[in-house]
Design a protein around this ligand. Structure first.
Ligand code: S3P
Length: 433
């Protein structure tokens, strides 16, 4: 558990300069996982050193994977192939990380040993039936709290069969869990999803030599796979860049260049949303890094207007709705977010959390069952709010504070270490320029 801290953020006049956001969280998890499952040594550069990814790394080290950190900060991860993991001697603690827990459950379901996954107080409340059900169907024996719906849960893996799974939710964690289990058995495992969720697992598995076919509506994996060690350079996290995109748009007179940001179309919904709101964001120097598209993002402060957001755009921006609601609070007119019920089962109920925190500093925001409605204002007052232990709520409220009239005090801010350990430092640097 991280410590409890309180942070006060003061309004800024303008933000300018160049920043490099930390490595992508989703891609970092997958780089650690697939390098650990490959035969040989993979060099991983630009890895996010957030608490979530460190939980994934510790889990693989507990199963015998060798990790060496070089002076440059690169990690050398040596795996022994899919059958090289050893039964962990103790419980694997996933901390706050849903990605660790759900993707690991897919991997561990295919392993012929006993393992137990647990997490912090927030993760233990989140729905795990969404992965336990399909994995049980594939033949894994899983026993967990609340009738196999919550962590901690125990897995007796091995003896799986390939399946076709129709996921009721557009979730990359569910899709990946089933594909990673399917990777370990003979035959083809296919996952269908209602909308395309992030496809980092599919891309990186291909990069590690696994046959994965992506098609409209889902993906198939061909088992039994063998992963070949590869070097991975992790792009900057668009979900972390999102805080500075919105900050750059709503603080008048700002101009920021965000370097080396991942712009995979399954993740770049935030750019589409902010551009549709009238935001000036340019993609410069577009290129590819380890099988992922990246670009530099130039953002200039803009007059924003309210829009309607729903449908396929939602999974493409699923982690960005807290900060989208902040942008909407400063936009002219009304923004409606719908089809986003998933927000209720994130690190916290993000619909309830954003409605409570933003209304505390004077925004007009109301919850909907599957989203929220926000009517923008010229400015917001300051005040004191809670992060609910959720990193993205804490950072979103820090962004709101930059354009508020008076300071905003945010309680419980150490949680930002989950995904963005140097967030406060970067903010401080920008305020000194
Ligand atoms: C993630 C998938 C998303 C996202 C999470 C990271 C991943 O979750 O919200 O932060 O790395 O696969 P869901 O699969 O639950 O939508």
């Amino acid at each position: 558990m991280h410590k409890y801290e309180t942070t006060t953020v003061r309004p800024f006049k303008a933000l300018s300069g160049e920043i490099v956001v930390p490595g992508d969280k989703s891609i970092s998890h997958r780089a650690i996982m697939f390098a650990s499952l490959a035969k040989g040594t993979s060099r991983v550069s630009g890895l996010l050193r957030g608490e979530d990814c460190m939980s994934t790394l510790a889990a693989f080290q507990a199963m015998g994977v060798e990790v060496v950190e070089e002076d440059s900060g690169d990690l050398l991860i040596t795996g022994e192939g899919l059958s090289g993991l050893k039964e962990p001697e103790t419980v694997l603690d996933c901390g706050n990380s849903g990605t660790t827990m759900r993707l690991m459950s897919g991997i561990l379901s295919g392993q012929p040993f006993f393992s137990v996954l647990t997490g912090d107080q927030y993760l233990r409340r989140r729905p795990m039936g969404r992965v336990i059900d399909p994995l049980t169907n594939m033949g894994a024996q899983i026993n967990g709290r609340e009738g196999n719906r919550k962590a901690p849960f125990a897995i007796n893996g091995g003896h799986l069969r390939s399946v076709e799974y129709h996921s009721p939710v557009a979730s990359a964690q569910v899709k990946s869990a089933v594909l990673l289990a399917g990777m370990q058995v003979e035959g083809v495992t296919t996952v269908y999803e209602p909308h395309l969720s992030r496809d980092h697992s599919e891309r990186m598995l291909r990069y590690f030599g696994v046959r994965v076919d992506s098609f409209k509506g889902g993906a198939s994996i061909h088992g039994k796979a063998e992963l070949i060690a590869r070097d991975v350079d992790v792009p900057g996290d668009i979900s972390s860049a999102a805080f500075f995109l919105v900050a750059g748009l709503i603080v008048p007179g700002s101009e920021l260049l965000l370097k080396n940001v991942g712009v995979n179309s399954t993740r770049s919904g935030i750019i589409d949303i902010l551009q549709a709101m009238g935001g000036s964001i340019e993609l410069l120097n577009q290129r590819e890094l380890s099988g992922e598209p990246i670009a530099d993002l130039l953002v200039r402060s803009s007059e924003l207007k309210g829009i309607e957001i729903g449908g396929e755009l939602v999974p493409r921006a699923i982690d960005e709705f807290p900060v989208v609601s902040v942008a909407a609070a400063f936009a002219e007119g009304t923004t409606t977010i719908s089809d986003a019920k998933e927000l209720r089962v994130k690190e916290t109920d993000r619909i309830a959390a954003m409605c409570e925190t933003l209304s505390k500093i004077g925004a007009q925001i109301e919850p909907l069952e599957d989203g929220m409605r926000i009517t923008g204002r010229q400015s917001l007052s300051g005040g004191e709010v809670d992060s609910f232990g959720d990193h993205r709520i804490a950072m979103s409220m820090a962004v709101a504070a930059l354009a508020a009239e008076t300071p905003v005090t945010i309680r419980d801010t150490a949680c930002t270490a989950t995904s963005f350990p140097n967030f406060w430092e970067l903010l401080e640097q920008l305020s000194c320029r």
